[in-house]
Write a protein that binds this ligand. Structure first.
Ligand code: 5RP
Length: 217
């Protein structure tokens, strides 16, 4: 079974958590499968808050109403993918560049269901280059500070986030204390968000495998 088929399996299994109201929807290829599956049960929900322009377009194309987070208050459920997860459901996210809105929607949600294929589960976070969203004028300063932390930041050239900022992808970080590193990088002047989701990890992990979707909670 290929990676995309495993992502689809996990996405479809996440429908079990969709009970009603307005739900949070993330970004990426796994979430695209979730949005397509959600369309088959759309009468169950009032609509969605989306973490990216791309997901908003896909939701709207399926006739699922998209709400501004400010208009709806707390969300009962957030479904999103990840680039890496450890066994504590602490994540690296932002491969698609939507990390800041993803972190906001995750923070505003009571339950965060993370979906992915089995390759996303790692022992130690950091083999996937860590995305950091940065205010454009701070790009070089933040890059120098990330080098001091042992990382090798690469500017994602030609990419602008939905918030008008830039992304540094940081290689060579072995993230043994994700909460500490999330706080440390978030505290750098000019950083909007680091793609470590450890202060608010996922609550449920659904991984597609060749033997079917496996849920851990
Ligand atoms: C986007 C993300 C995605 O959830 C992450 O990159 C996983 O993507 P995919 O489902 O395509 O593997 O954080 O910013």
């Amino acid at each position: 079974m290929n990676q995309d088929a495993m992502k689809k399996q996990a996405a479809e299994a996440a429908l079990n958590y969709v009970e009603g109201g307005v739900i949070g929807v993330g970004t990426g290829s796994t979430v695209n499968h979730f949005i397509d599956a959600l369309a088959t049960v759309k009468s169950r929900i009032e609509g969605a808050v989306s973490s990216s322009e791309a997901s908003s377009v896909r939701l709207a194309a399926h006739g699922i109403p998209v709400f501004d987070l400010n208009a709806v208050g707390a969300l009962s459920l957030y479904v999103d993918g990840a680039d890496e997860t450890n066994a504590q459901f602490q994540l690296i996210k932002g491969g698609g560049g939507a990390l800041t809105r993803e972190k906001i929607v995750a923070a505003a949600s009571q339950k965060f269901v993370c979906i992915g294929d089995e390759t996303k589960l790692v022992k130690v976070l950091g083999a996937f280059p860590l995305p950091v969203e940065v205010i454009p004028m701070a790009r070089s300063y933040v890059a120098r500070e990330l080098v001091k932390l042992g990382g090798t930041p690469i500017w994602r050239e030609g990419f602008v986030t939905d918030n008008g900022n830039v992304i540094l992808d940081v290689r060579h970080l072995e993230i043994t204390d994700p909460i500490q590193m999330e706080q440390q990088i978030n505290n750098l002047a000019g950083v909007v968000t680091v793609g470590i989701f450890a202060l608010r990890p996922a609550d449920v992990l659904i991984l597609g495998t060749p033997d079917g979707a496996k849920t851990v909670d």
